[in-house]
Design a protein around this ligand. Structure first.
Ligand code: FES
Length: 105
């Protein structure tokens, strides 16, 4: 199975990289949850913002749904260019090399 690299910057600013399988049935929130981060409280429905992260990538990410946009709009620490709910980003090959910065909500 094809693997991609995901760079993570944790709450302490520590950077590390993981390799994960491309899997269209899972998303970045699932991957970070497996890494031990507490997120995904709404089950990936764009309803809780527990998976809010700043995402850096030099390729197009999936377009935001209205639900994702309106949830992000309610956050105090919204970053106009990098904020995403990562439960809304499926694990596709295009994500290879993506950087996800965890933020406290
Ligand atoms: S897991 Fe709830 S918004 Fe992403």
């Amino acid at each position: 199975m094809e693997k991609i690299s995901i760079n993570i910057i944790d709450f302490d600013g520590e950077r590390y990289s993981i390799k994960t399988d491309v899997d269209l049935n899972s998303n970045l929130m699932d991957i970070l949850k497996e890494e031990g981060f507490s997120m995904g409280h709404c089950g990936g429905m764009a309803l809780c913002a527990s998976c809010h992260c700043y995402v850096e990538h030099n390729k197009e990410l999936p377009t935001m749904s209205i639900e994702e946009e309106s949830m992000l709009d309610q956050l105090n620490n919204l970053n106009q260019t990098e904020s995403r709910l990562i439960c809304q980003i499926p694990c596709t090959p295009e994500l290879d090399g993506i950087t996800i910065k965890l933020v406290r909500n």
